[in-house]
Design a protein around this ligand. Structure first.
Ligand SMILES: [Fe+2]
Ligand SMILES: [Fe+2]
Length: 414
């Protein structure tokens, strides 16, 4: 063990603690935690689970050997483990103990857990050494489990994890757990705000908000990659969009039940009132003190603008003014990017979802509609980004389905 190595390690842990305070979104934070945990132990792969509703939910996977480009598709796959001693992650969550294994295919018979080889079988990967650490806060609450896989030496050969790795990762996990607990609370509060909205407008479900926000984050990332935007900036904006887009329709809270719950079509006057949810939403973020608030306001205000200028609410001098008249729609690049992205994410989701007044559109028809309206309702570049990541869009739909999905396929090593 070298003094300099330890200094670097400590610095990295402190950096994570410091920087994770700036990350708003839970998924962005988990990605960062997994990356730092792997760097600290020089590991090729890893996955992360969170304790939610008394089970372990798979939340992210890294694998440098298998995924050469960021593979966001897999982070949306659903997989759940019981919290008991049968699986490795279950054992760590159940007992609060970490586990070091030199070869997962040679687990001593007296150990209560076994290794599930289904991921290796499906992918051709060979999991060998593993370090499983519970994400335990300093108050002893277990929020999840980190599974770090295949430590590598300088020649990129798989080696075993050391006692030092275990110590370092346990220390790191305490700080990571605190940050994760905070981020889980933030998402919980946002979902509760959306629940309040849902009581008024049954279309605005937590699942819809999660889907729209995840679509928007992924579309943004694809758009930004095609523009050559710096990776750090992409990560930062993606994180902000993932949170802010969840709140796109929060302004509906201020619209009368008579309009929100009207079974038939709105008459022109009612429709004019309904349009104001964009302004009410933006007002909730007034006096924006953070970038997140500012983006929340921007998305709420602009998610019904259209690329051809036929959307609403248009140009407004002062969104807090008493009697506002909606102006002519903003057009093209006048509409902030996040508004253009959420417009597509929101309309796509509304089209393919079942609503009280309509059956879902068949997928192909919804896609045709998006293509046809590229350059009219939608920004053509945003449409291009949407189609470029269409496989991820599908994975998100499944992950945040209205009823829990029963995906059998497992992309992780339990
Ligand atoms: Fe809306
Ligand atoms: Fe919506």
């Amino acid at each position: 063990m070298h003094f300099k190595d330890d200094q670097d390690t400590l610095r990295r842990i402190l950096n994570t603690v410091e920087e994770s305070g700036h990350i708003k979104d839970l998924d962005a934070l988990l990605d960062r935690v997994l990356l730092d945990a792997r760097h600290l132990t020089r590991a090729d792969a890893g996955s992360i689970f969170l304790v939610e509703n008394n089970v372990l939910n798979f939340r992210n996977i890294h694998n440098d050997t298998l995924f050469t480009t960021p593979s966001n598709k897999y982070i949306y796959s659903s997989h759940t483990l019981e919290i008991n001693n049968q699986s490795l992650a279950g054992y760590a969550a159940n007992t609060g103990e970490s586990v070091v294994l030199d070869d997962v295919y040679q687990i001593p018979a007296h150990m209560p857990f076994s290794f599930n080889p289904s991921f290796d079988e499906a992918s051709g990967y060979r999991t060998r050494s593993m370090l499983v650490v519970p994400l335990k806060t300093s108050r002893g609450k277990i929020v999840g489990v980190l599974q770090i896989i295949n430590a590598l030496n300088d020649q990129k050969k798989v080696i075993t994890f050391t006692d030092r790795d275990r110590l370092v990762l346990n220390y790191f996990a305490v700080h990571a757990a605190a940050a994760i607990e905070r981020a889980m609370m933030t998402r919980e509060i946002i979902l509760r705000m959306i629940k309040m909205c849902e009581l008024r407008d049954p279309h605005e479900t937590g699942a819809h908000a999660n889907r729209v926000a995840a679509y928007a984050a992924e579309i943004y990332q694809q758009w930004a990659l095609s523009k050559g935007i710096a990776p750090e900036e992409i990560k930062r904006m993606r994180d902000l969009i993932r949170v802010a887009a969840m709140l796109h329709d929060l302004g509906k809270i201020a619209i009368s039940d008579l309009i929100l719950k009207k079974p038939g079509k709105l008459d022109p006057e009612e429709y004019q009132i309904m349009k104001r949810h964009t302004i009410y939403g933006a007002r909730l973020f007034e006096n924006a003190t953070s970038e997140l608030d500012a983006l929340g306001a921007e998305i709420a205000l602009n998610h019904h603008e259209r690329w051809d200028g036929q959307g609403y609410p248009g140009h407004l001098e002062d969104i807090s003014a008493g009697n506002l008249t909606l102006g002519p729609g903003k057009r093209g690049q006048e509409i902030p990017l996040a508004g253009r992205i959420v417009a597509l994410a929101d309309i796509y989701d509304a089209l393919v979802s079942k609503r009280a007044y309509k059956e879902p559109f068949p997928e192909a028809q919804a896609l045709d509609l998006i293509r046809e309206n590229s350059g009219q309702i939608f920004d053509p570049e945003v449409v291009a980004a949407f189609f470029a990541i269409y496989d991820i869009i599908g994975a998100i739909r499944e992950k945040y389905a209205e009823a829990p999905s029963h995906s059998q396929f497992c992309w992780i090593t339990p």
